[in-house]
Design a binder for this molecule. Structure first.
Ligand code: MLT
Length: 268
């Protein structure tokens, strides 16, 4: 499905009924990264999964895309879909967006699931690296990013070649302007460490034990700082834990959602 929000056409999935779950994918991925959650949860929940601007089926615009801009897109989408408050589930860059969403639209968030993400901003070196990568994408296209990121999405000892190909397929629809915009936006994102202690919604922090892009230590720090949060570290999983170990991930998420028993405030 597609809708125009703000100035771009956004591709999205909206299936099922009940408590709305908003899935926000990471970089340089697309909503297909959540397909195994969509399939497992749509019989019990309303599952909303957009492609962020510049990724998947969504249009790109030139220029940096701040986490606040992605947040405004998501909020406008939810308004059009009349979702009411959601359980916000963000992976990696989607987690950075989730922190911004929580700050900008706290009344729209009933619960939070932080997947393979972190609170710290980029070091100056990391930010400079992103800007250099953006220039390479400008000159030569997104292949340089896919080559760098795809091998790091799964655990190093996962030799499932079909799965590795599927992961690349989640990245290939990304537009150069979308990838550049995200790189520049991530480079200037704020540090949210000081905000963690103020998060008051039920929070699940979940990550892959073998994540080398954002090591599990970052999730431990999140869980230590967010009051009452639950931490799960999934074994035999890299950065894309929800895709690589979908059954284990879905089991943890389902149990947490059951226990939290979120209400539906506005039905579709
Ligand atoms: C992601 O998966 O979204 C990225 O690894 C996040 C990042 O580059 O910081």
């Amino acid at each position: 499905m597609r809708l125009t929000v703000n100035d771009v056409t956004i591709g999205y999935t909206d299936e099922g009924r009940g408590v709305p779950l908003l899935f926000v994918h990471g970089f340089p991925l697309s909503r297909g990264a959540w397909q195994k959650q969509i399939d497992a949860l749509r019989s019990s929940y309303r599952v909303i999964a957009p492609d962020l601007r510049g990724f998947g089926e969504s249009e790109a615009r030139t220029g940096p895309v701040t986490m606040a801009q992605y947040t405004d897109d998501l909020h406008a989408l939810l308004q059009q879909l009349k979702s009411g408050p959601v359980v916000l589930i963000g992976h990696s860059m989607g987690g950075y967006v989730s922190f911004a969403f929580l700050r900008q639209y706290p009344k729209m968030v009933h619960g939070l699931v932080l997947v393979g993400t972190k609170a710290a901003k980029d070091t100056p070196e990391a930010a400079a690296g992103r800007r250099a990568t953006a220039e390479k994408v400008q000159a030569n296209g997104i292949e340089v990013v896919i080559e760098a990121m795809a091998p790091k999405m799964l655990a190093a000892d996962n030799h499932d070649r079909a799965m590795a190909e599927q992961v690349r397929g989640l990245m290939t629809p990304s537009k150069p302007a979308g990838v550049i915009g995200a790189l520049l936006g991530m480079a200037e994102r704020p540090d949210v460490t000081a905000e963690l202690a103020c998060i008051s919604v039920p929070t699940l922090v979940i990550t892959g034990a073998d994540d080398t892009l954002i090591p599990s230590r970052e999730s431990e720090k999140l869980a230590q700082s967010i009051p009452g949060s639950q931490l799960n570290i999934v074994p035999h999983a890299g950065h894309l834990v929800a895709f690589e170990q979908a059954d284990k991930f879905n089991h943890v998420l389902n149990e947490w959602l059951d226990r939290a028993a979120f209400p539906v405030l506005v039905s579709a």
